[in-house]
Design a protein around this ligand. Structure first.
Ligand code: M6R
Length: 600
């Protein structure tokens, strides 16, 4: 949440900062700002709304070879110009951008800054004002920066300009991601390498509680106690074209379309030289040693985790629990003797999941992260990582990461089954290839699905998704997708559960979308459909070849029973997409949301 950029070099920083912020807009987009330092001092431009609104403010004073920028997802104070970053100290000597949450900002305000006026409602302003106070008290800027960060509780990635020194950007990090990018005669700062790929692919990773003095020619990393840290840069493997929309109108549609290719890529990434798909030995060993798996995740990744439970239990016979990350920390269940904690996270940065990771590591438990982002916080901090190979997912609504997560969990479960000497009753390579083909058939049926969206969801206030067994888990994901991008009130229900209360909400023309891909519950889910139709619902049935009936609106190509979520979710993603599009919503950047949720 929130994106930070910085540039120090020879060129005018404005364009580089704005371009970087555009790439980071997925992290938050309720306001944006930049600050540039030139011979006339610091110039701050900030505005409520998208980067485009900020760009309209820029004039000839927007120049300087050193600058910082920020795109915000509000935590403290409403989205507004006043609360937008950068924030400045009283004398305007210091200008700062921040991503994260300072938990003790009110205490610091009372204890150290009771004589200082504040202009915003943010936690960030405390930081910049405290730094100035320390400098006025006689500390050097670096000492003031370090000692202020030492006092902060919570998460931060910070970049700061000093109007009296145009040769350095002060940078610090704790629990929020931040990288320094290296160039010839310039250096940059970014929350995500994507933002600065335009100028460099060489990055230095920062660890928690480190600061960096970034100048044009070098970056000096130090711990908060002042000890110098040496760290080699790495090359960001991202291809700049991976993060472009190409000919697509938005990222979500592009990412939905990429799913067959992602599944094929996963097959090839996890295939050994003998053509067997498997996970690396250390992960296999960790699963072998576990007596129970605990999947921890949030949102869409949690929904993938539910399918994962089904896969681990049915394919590998390993008892598996799935927990919402934000609940687990505060309501921890009794844990088995030898658990393995599996964190599923597209971004690898989700603060709720990280809180659990930190907690269970302290308890001495083993951890595995399944993520799309190599080098992300959850990947670095867990004992093991499995990558999704889905390519950057930029639309806020997760699509290809969900199917990639399920595919990787299926491979992991099948591998665990072999290790346990169980017979795996399918050739997973072949079954996943069938899945990829089925996905392709569905992404090629867009017109039909668009028509269904128009017919069923265009004008509705609410919608229900019903399914049984693994279809129920897909219903949860389908409902989340519709809610988050089209703002239609939608809920996913277990088919049998409706009659225990929720059926009271069904009235004439209420859309009820039923998923019927499981033979053992096909009769039961169809009875549930009849129950809602009898009460006026407009039913849309998505079934699978071999289980279809003449009333079904959409029949999916047949795939293995355990892998149906990979296929059934595709038309449901498209239904949400077209509903949002036709309602005039911003599909890629839905209101109130951000892609990477780095606050608890
Ligand atoms: O990066 P993560 O997978 O940890 O993110 C978890 C959720 O915030 C995320 O899946 C969210 O629910 C999606 N925007 C839903 O489309």
């Amino acid at each position: 949440m929130c994106g930070i950029v910085g540039y120090i070099g020879q060129r005018n920083a404005t364009e580089i900062l704005i371009e970087g912020l555009r790439k980071l807009e997925y992290r938050g987009y309720d306001s944006a700002g930049i600050a540039l330092l030139n011979t006339n001092g610091v110039h701050v431009f900030k505005e409520k709304g998208r980067i485009a609104a900020l760009e309209e403010l820029l004039d000839e004073t927007a120049n300087g070879t050193i600058g910082i920028g920020h795109t915000r997802w509000a935590t403290h104070g409403e989205p507004s110009r006043l609360n937008a970053h950068p924030h400045q100290s009283a004398s305007e000597r210091f200008t700062l951008v921040h991503n994260g949450v300072i938990e003790n900002y009110e205490q610091l305000k009372k204890a150290e800054l009771s004589d200082v006026d504040f202009v915003s409602e943010t936690d960030t302003e405390v930081v910049v004002k405290l730094i100035e106070k320390k400098v006025q008290g006689g500390k050097s800027v670096e000492e003031a920066f370090r000692s202020t960060l030492e006092q902060l509780h919570g998460s931060y990635a910070i970049a700061m300009l000093d109007a009296d020194n145009s040769d350095v950007i002060y940078v610090g990090k704790n629990k929020s991601p931040l990288l320094v990018g290296l160039g010839e005669g310039f250096n940059v700062v970014a929350s995500d390498a994507m933002a600065m790929l335009q100028v460099t692919n060489q990055f230095v990773e920062l660890m928690d509680q480190e600061i960096v003095l970034v100048t044009r020619d070098f970056c000096r990393i130090k711990k908060l106690d002042g000890t110098v840290v040496e760290r080699k840069p790495f090359t960001a493997e991202l291809d700049a074209s991976d993060i472009e929309k190409g000919t697509y109108p938005n990222y979500m549609l592009k990412e939905i379309d990429e799913q067959p290719a992602v599944v094929r890529r996963i097959i090839s990434e996890y295939r050994d030289e003998d053509g067997v798909i498997k996970v690396e030995d250390s992960v296999r060993q960790a699963i072998k040693e576990a007596d129970r798996l605990y999947i921890i995740a949030a949102g869409t990744s949690y929904h993938a985790g539910l399918v994962g439970k089904q896969l681990f239990e049915h394919i590998a016979g390993i008892p598996t629990e799935v927990h919402i990350a934000s609940e687990f920390s505060y309501n921890m269940p009794l844990v088995s003797k030898k658990p393995l904690f599996i964190f599923i996270s597209q971004s690898g940065e989700t603060a709720d999941s990280r809180a659990v990771l930190v907690h269970v590591k302290k308890l001495g438990f083993k951890t595995l992260t399944v993520t799309n982002v190599p080098g992300s916080t959850l990947s670095r901090e867990a004992d093991h990582t499995l990558l999704l190979y889905a390519g950057p997912e930029i639309a806020v609504a997760s699509t290809k990461a969900y199917t990639a997560q399920i595919a990787v969990l299926a491979i992991t479960a099948a591998d665990a089954a072999v290790e346990r000497g169980l017979e795996v009753k399918m050739d997973l390579t072949q079954e996943l290839s069938i899945v990829a083909n089925a996905m392709q058939t569905l992404v090629d049926e867009k017109e039909k699905i668009e028509a269904l969206a128009t017919n069923y969801l265009q004008t509705t206030r609410n919608a229900f998704y019903i399914g049984r067994a693994v279809d129920y888990y897909v219903c949860l994901e389908a409902a989340l997708k519709l809610k988050e991008i089209s703002y239609v009130q939608a809920e996913g229900f277990a088919g049998g559960e409706l009659k225990h209360g929720t059926i009271a909400l069904i009235e004439k023309d209420t859309p009820v979308i039923a998923i019927a891909t499981q033979s053992h519950v096909n009769g039961a889910i169809r009875s549930n459909v009849k129950e809602v139709v009898a009460r006026g619902a407009k039913a849309l049935i998505v079934s699978m070849e071999g289980l279809e009936s003449e009333d079904d609106q959409l029949v999916l190509p047949e795939v293995n029973d355990l892998l149906t979520p990979l296929v059934s979710v595709i038309p449901l993603q498209l239904l949400a997409y077209y509903t949002a599009l036709h309602r005039g919503c911003d599909v890629d950047k839905p209101r109130n949301l951000a892609k990477s949720v780095t606050v608890e």
